[in-house]
Write a protein that binds this ligand. Structure first.
Ligand code: CMC
Length: 391
């Protein structure tokens, strides 16, 4: 079997060849299909980014409209799926509900599972892009005990999601362009990030030729964890905690540096970025814009800024190259937009969906072999079975 290289956490092991996303952790740079994230975040929109990630090129007008039309064809979810939603307690975590419902989509759309070629694959992708946004909206409505809303084909992808999520019964509904713009930007910034934990999970599950919906459901579960997508929820909880503790930032910085204390500054540090996370820079600016435009003053933002300042000047953080990551500021925007804390990771999932699907598609079209890491065995050597009465 040859020599096996042990690489815990795959810190240094390339698992695939990919054409989708490039990131340079030392320089703090990120590109989707070659386009710098700064340009994409400023000039593009989430629907266009979905197309770019899936197809490799920016769409022309005709391709864009056709793509939107294809997604709109599936802008509904089978009525029977609502029964599964109903069976969950209201207290269920939205990420658990989302993962279950995503997997359940398979049963109601069996044709989409049986992909044989690129056309089938694109078809399944468009179907999932449409239906997943419903499921994300449903998890929110479920938490609040609200009736579900239908999709609206007169709106773009982000507006449609926003309306399905936030339209209250018996009330006029108006889209707030500030909110829609901010959501669009956040979703773009989360859309892909090469072989992170959830994306690797999606590719690994799919490498057994498991269907798209079941593979993405596994990705949702991976994203749920606090060291991955769950960090955005952990950040805002930490900022609220510091605020309630009379805003004593220095105390928490000291705790984070204390090796006898398990506390870490959430939203700081990254496996790959050893420089400022370029997404954090963009989100930071968007956070100011949103708070200004909505006329909101948020103490959590003051605390976040103080933490950032300390971390950028303190030897502990400088030596370990711990910079704010994408999740550091996103929670403050979500809170300003009235999105409940438990929904933060669902928002991340909605943003990451086109990345997961594109990586799954790439894996299948490249014909990657089934994922099957090896191990270094360190258990018992051969020994003889002992009958129970002799143990
Ligand atoms: N606060 C205090 N110390 C830290 C932190 C932190 N947030 N992050 C890392 N360190 C220290 C760590 O104690 C270690 O110190 P030493 O060398 O003295 O033992 C050193 O920095 C290296 O850390 P590591 O844990 O070996 O690095 P890693 O690459 O295994 O972990 C990480 C990366 C993101 C899990 C980690 O930095 C962390 O736990 N950060 C907080 C959680 C967080 O914000 N996660 C979101 C990541 S971005 C979104 C996403 O991609 O999901």
């Amino acid at each position: 079997t040859g020599l096996i290289t042990l690489d815990l956490g795959y810190k240094n092991t390339g698992a695939t060849l990919s054409d989708i996303t490039y990131l340079d952790g030392d320089k703090g740079e990120l590109f989707y299909r070659g386009y710098p994230i700064e340009q994409i975040a400023e000039k593009s929109n989430f629907t266009e980014v979905m197309y770019l990630l899936l197809h490799g090129e920016l769409p022309n007008q005709e391709q864009f409209l056709q793509f939107q039309k294809n997604i709109n064809k599936y802008n509904y979810v089978a009525e029977e799926m609502k029964k599964i939603l109903d069976a969950f307690p209201r207290s269920a975590h939205p990420m658990g509900v989302l993962s279950t419902l995503t997997s359940a989509l398979t049963a109601f759309n069996p044709k989409a599972v049986n992909v044989k070629n690129k056309e089938d694959l694109d078809h399944a992708a468009e179907m999932l892009l449409a239906k997943f946004s419903h499921l994300c909206a449903w998890t929110y409505r479920k938490t609040l005990g609200l009736p579900l809303n239908h999709g609206d084909n007169n709106l773009n992808y982000v507006e449609n999601f926003y309306k399905m999520t936030f339209r209250m019964p018996n009330q006029d509904f108006e889209l707030d362009p500030v909110v829609v713009d901010a959501l669009d930007k956040i979703l773009i910034l989360h859309a892909d990030h090469e072989q992170n934990c959830s994306t690797s999970t999606v590719r690994m599950v799919g490498s057994a030729q498991t269907g798209l919906f079941a593979s993405i459901s596994a990705g949702v579960s991976a994203l749920w964890g606090p060291l991955h997508g769950g960090a955005n929820q952990a950040v805002i909880e930490m900022l609220e905690h510091i605020e309630q503790d009379s805003g004593d930032v220095a105390k928490y910085v000291a705790k984070a540096k204390d090796k006898n204390d398990s506390f870490r500054l959430m939203g700081f540090g990254h496996r790959v970025y050893k420089n400022f996370d370029p997404r954090a820079r963009i989100i930071k600016k968007a956070t100011y814009d949103v708070l200004n435009k909505l006329g909101i003053q948020d103490k959590a933002l003051d605390i976040a800024m103080q933490l950032e300042k300390v971390a950028l000047e303190d030897d502990y953080f400088v030596e370990r190259q711990l910079y704010p990551n994408v999740d550091f500021y996103s929670g403050i925007i979500y809170r300003a937009l009235g999105i409940p804390t438990e929904m933060f990771t669902v928002m991340f999932a909605l943003g990451r969906l086109p990345g997961w699907i594109s990586q799954w598609k790439e894996m299948r079209l490249h014909g990657d072999p089934i994922g099957r890491p090896r191990q270094v065995y360190q258990g018992a050597q051969q020994r003889d079975y002992v009958p129970m009465e002799s143990r």
